[in-house]
Design a protein around this ligand. Structure first.
Ligand code: CTP
Length: 423
């Protein structure tokens, strides 16, 4: 097994370790195979040593010689080939690397990985691999959307494989939709993240997380409601990250379009009132409360029992304040409960977040600018700023996956715990 990476305790940006990491780059047979050369170059620029494995079909799109020249090493296609210098290459290759990346990953190789089929060098390597695995799928949009492919991907996620989702756009076959290999730079960035923090210690073992996520829905009548654009992805990412670091995790979810991670307990609560009730019920067990839900601040003062009919030219709605769940939790905290809030802002992001941190008496507030098109609501990425009550400046992080952003928030929790145990 690879070495455990220590979680970062400082504000330093992500940097590859000083020890040179070894990356295995697998290439399967799709038109995007030529882009693997850019992935290889990017990995080398990031300071990694890269070995390449290709499927036979990949060799029809691009010659192994290209990768041999770029990597300076033999490219393995078939471990039975007479020119293969290692007789049990799929074992030595897979168990001496720090990361296995497959880019592009075709529907076929994904299906093989998901089902444990090991009928060629790359699929045997996957099965024998003890390092983290990252795949970047690329295929025709219909193949991508097929329930069989989605089922295989979900199995791989459960098995711990990291997936760099494909882009949407015009494909080589002329169709438009999701399936285009993601940008090589993004694939390299995901590899750097995974190598730096992929195997974090179980540094949250013993903590019990209570996390709210998603939007609340405040009903006007039996068919109408007031809600917001939150997808629940950020809260679920925090849940997934905390679970992987050994915490027990319970989520109170409002309306969400994202999938909840396996292994996490999820209670549903649609309105702000229901969420308040569910949180207060679970709170006595919690050691960390993270309020990632976009809770409505106001709800209709009255819910009509029957559908409201149109009559006048205008309709005035009277709204009343909901209870501030986060504020109440922070106010009543006991026994070292850590309380973390979120501030989704459109302007004066930092000033507003700092004010909320003070007003609500929080340990940490995570601020983000929801006017950015590439981050925030319903996006798989986020650019967050972590504002800490006990630390000097805010920690402004670049655009990264929500899962990685979640890990950075958790790093703050680990730091806070370490500081309080020193007091
Ligand atoms: N929150 C909550 N209960 C509410 C409203 C918000 O728990 N009724 C939590 C959110 O989950 C988030 C934080 O409070 O963690 C956001 O703080 P808040 O000041 O309520 O932000 P906004 O709702 O955006 O308020 P404003 O419109 O004043 O900016």
């Amino acid at each position: 097994m690879g070495r455990l990476a220590t979680p970062p305790m400082t504000d330093k940006p992500i940097e590859p370790d000083s020890e040179i990491k070894k990356v295995a780059l697998g290439i399967s047979g799709g038109i995007a195979a030529y882009k693997a050369a850019e992935v290889l170059r990017g990995l080398q620029r990031a300071g990694y040593s890269v070995r390449v494995a290709m499927t036979k079909r990949a060799c029809e799109f691009i010659q192994p010689l290209t990768f041999r020249a770029l990597s300076g090493a033999h490219v393995i296609v078939d471990d039975y080939a007479p020119d293969n210098p290692d007789p049990i290459a799929h074992i030595t290759f897979s168990q001496t690397v720090d990361l296995l990346i497959v880019a592009p990953a075709t529907a076929n190789i994904i299906a093989k990985f998901a089902n444990g089929v090991a009928d060629d060098f790359l699929s045997s390597t996957y099965l024998a691999c003890t390092a983290p695995v990252l795949i970047a799928p690329a295929m025709n949009p219909t193949m991508w959307g097929h329930p069989a492919t989605q089922r295989n991907l979900s199995r791989l996620r459960t098995d711990g494989v990291r997936i760099v989702e494909p882009d949407s756009g015009e494909m080589a076959c002329g169709t438009i939709g999701p399936g285009r290999l993601n940008d090589p730079e993004r694939i390299v960035a995901a590899a750097v993240e995974l190598l730096a923090y992929g195997r974090r210690a179980q540094d949250l073992a013993g903590e019990r997380f209570l996390i709210t996520t998603g939007a609340t829905r405040e009903e006007l009548d039996p068919v109408r409601f007031i809600s917001n654009r939150s997808s629940g992805r950020m809260g679920f990412a925090v849940a997934e990250a905390a679970l992987s670091r050994g915490a027990y995790v319970s989520v109170v979810a409002g309306v969400t379009s994202a999938n909840s991670p396996n292994g996490v307990r999820v209670a549903r609560a649609l309105s702000a009132d229901e969420m308040h009730e569910a949180v207060m019920k679970e709170l006595p067990e919690a050691t960390v409360f993270i309020s990632a839900a976009a809770v409505a601040d106001y709800r209709p003062a009255q819910r009509a029992a029957a559908k409201i009919k149109k009559s006048e030219a205008s309709l005035v709605l009277t709204l009343e304040r909901t209870r501030d769940i986060l504020g109440e939790v922070a106010c009543a905290r006991t026994n070292g409960l850590l309380v973390i809030g979120f501030a989704a802002e459109t302007n004066d992001v930092l000033i507003n977040a700092q004010e909320k941190l003070r007003e609500k008496n929080l340990d940490v507030i995570v601020a983000n600018d929801v006017t950015r098109g590439d981050a925030g609501f319903d996006s798989s990425e986020n650019a967050i700023t972590i504002v800490r009550r006990d630390a000097q400046g805010p920690l402004e992080l670049p655009l990264m996956s929500k899962l990685e952003a979640a890990h950075r928030i958790l790093d703050e929790i680990v730091r806070l715990r370490a500081n309080s145990s020193r007091l």
